[in-house]
Ligand binder design. Structure first.
Ligand code: HEM
Length: 523
């Protein structure tokens, strides 16, 4: 008893030191802040990395660019690299590297790097492969879903993609042609990409391609949500509060989220019904769904629970539609913006696809050099994921004379590789010819360091965490662009390069907020 009394009076005395007077409290707080700043600047394990002192001291630096200015930190990193060199400290815990030659060292299959919880927690789908932090757990989860996305599977299922591309073009032709009404390419391609990915991965089609004006509420919500990403990422308290609130209340407070929750509920129902045997949708399609793939895998039972499968399903839709629609939209813009590129593409397609009723196979489309070069250039300039892709390592990493200690966060941006002017001269120019093989030797183009140029195509990232849906995405791009440019005559409508230029980073690159997006007339 005595010892308790003594301890409590000691605590009171200790607190009294601070709380006794506001002045002492303020002084103590100031002391703590000062000590934290000094520690971060001079005694942290990454103090030796160059960069702005303010960024090393406080994350308020990053918050200013990404929250106050809105998604501007990634673009700001460009000027920091110019000032401080290829390796910089961008916040108290993280190092950013701008060196295309180092990309494969970080995004690699040979070292067990982990993701960083703070950077993927905003997704709020913690048990999906994409959001899994530890390398080993991710490896196990990924092995269960990757067979569905093999090249072979995609070839088997290509007619399903072709059907949806044809449906998209039919709408362009029957609803928009010669009407003077502009179509939002972003919306139209968003519907196409979602119908493909949902049908392909879980034998379910929401038929967004049938929606009036291609306005699908769930997709509109996903777009709106993008603007909140940095707030939720940098102030996790908002995520924690919203997670603990009933969905209906959150949907009331953030209009539009209701559609998203309904989509999520539908996913839960579908998984539950598949596990119970009530859902037999997959019987009518020629392939397994992602859920059947996971359920029949060697994963332990805890990995096959409904919430985890639903997380995996949600991630596939989210990762699969926004990226693909953005590449399709941007690539279409670049083609339509350059008459010569458009003419050459149409000529190639007309030769390869003489009978409009008889589309070429995906394998045939993949052999078309100009279409393929256009897709590579479209991918490069669409920048994939614009946000840096942070990792940690259990062992030290060496970058030149700098050692990145175990546990420190390090990252690179695809943006800096894609726009590197040594590797891609005039990097902002859309020039598909840079990807064409030499017409005489047939050799594929090389980068200045003698490596294949394709080594620096990092839109799908690389290594263990690279895009699992890459083959599906390539198929969607080939089939959709071939259909659109073989069947339709499009003209840009009140759209300039400003409507696609990378202006803000909301995980994916966004154009200027005033932009109305890429719009076209069907003539
Ligand atoms: C052109 C379209 C696409 C681009 C540019 C793209 C890009 C990327 C990138 C850069 C990553 C790595 C993200 C990270 O490191 O955190 C990624 C991961 C991923 N992508 Fe894609 N993606 C595309 C299409 C798709 C499609 C169609 C699907 C779905 C079916 C998909 C599903 C995924 C998944 C599940 C991951 C996580 C992989 C893992 O962590 O194992 N993506 N994607």
């Amino acid at each position: 008893m005595d010892s308790i009394t003594t301890a409590s009076s000691q605590v009171k005395g200790f607190l009294g030191l601070f709380l006794g007077s506001p002045f002492k409290f303020a002084l103590t707080l100031l002391g703590l802040l000062l000590w934290t700043a000094i520690h971060r600047l001079y005694f942290s394990s990454i103090s030796h990395i160059p960069g702005p002192k303010l960024a090393a001291i406080t994350q308020l630096y990053e918050i200013y660019y990404d929250v106050y200015l809105g998604g501007k930190f990634t673009l700001h990193l460009e000027s920091l690299h110019k000032q401080y060199g290829p390796i910089i400290r961008i916040n108290p815990w993280e190092i950013h590297i701008n060196d295309p030659h180092f990309y494969d060292e970080i995004y690699t299959t040979v070292r067990p790097f982990n993701k960083v919880f703070e950077h993927i927690s905003w997704v709020n789908l913690f048990t999906a492969g994409l959001a899994t932090v530890p390398h080993s757990l991710h490896k196990m989860r990924r092995s269960a879903i990757s067979p569905l996305f093999s090249k072979q599977q995609i070839y088997i299922l290509q007619s399903e993609i072709q059907d949806r591309a044809a449906k998209l073009c039919n709408r362009f032709l029957y609803e928009y042609k010669s009407t003077g009404k502009a179509v939002s390419l972003e919306r139209a391609f968003g519907c196409y990409a979602t119908d493909v990915v949902t049908h392909y991965t879980f034998a379910r089609e929401y038929k967004y391609l049938d929606f009036p004006d291609f306005i699908a509420p769930t997709l509109e919500t996903a777009r709106m949500f993008a603007a909140l990403i940095h707030v939720i990422r940098l102030f996790p308290v908002f995520r924690i509060i919203s997670q603990n609130m009933p969905n209906r209340l959150v949907a009331f407070m953030v209009p539009g989220l209701g559609h998203f929750f309904a989509f999520q509920d539908d996913m839960f129902r579908q998984v539950t019904d598949i596990i119970s045997g009530r859902n037999q949708d997959h019987v009518n399609v020629s392939h397994k769904t992602i859920f059947h793939e996971v359920l029949s895998s060697n994963l332990p039972p805890r990995e096959k629970l409904v919430p985890r499968l639903a997380d995996e399903g949600m991630v596939l839709v989210l990762a699969g539609f926004e990226t693909t629609r953005s590449v399709l939209t941007n690539t279409c813009f670049y083609i339509l913006n350059d008459k010569e590129v458009c003419r050459k593409l149409k000529a190639e397609l007309a030769a390869a696809w003489p009978d409009i009723e008889n589309p070429p196979t995906l394998q045939e489309l993949e052999r078309l050099p100009y279409l393929t070069a256009i897709i590579q250039e479209g991918l490069r300039l669409s920048l994939g994921v614009s946000f840096r892709l942070p990792r940690t390592s259990p062992t030290p990493i060496q970058y030149g004379s700098y050692t990145i200690p175990p546990g420190a966060i390090f990252s690179m941006c695809q943006y800096f590789v894609a726009t590197n002017s040594t590797i891609f001269p005039s990097p902002k120019t859309f020039d598909p010819t840079r990807w064409l093989a030499d017409p005489i030797t047939g050799e594929m183009p090389l980068a200045p360091d003698g490596k294949l140029l394709s080594r620096y195509q990092v839109s799908f990232s690389r290594g263990t965490r690279s895009c699992v849906g890459m083959n599906l995405a390539y198929a969607e791009l080939h089939i959709c662009l071939a259909n659109v440019f073989r069947k339709c005559e499009l003209q840009l409508f009140e759209t300039t390069v400003k409507d696609i230029e990378f202006n803000r980073d909301y995980f994916l690159p966004r154009a200027h907020p005033d932009s109305k997006g890429v719009r076209a007339l069907v003539v």
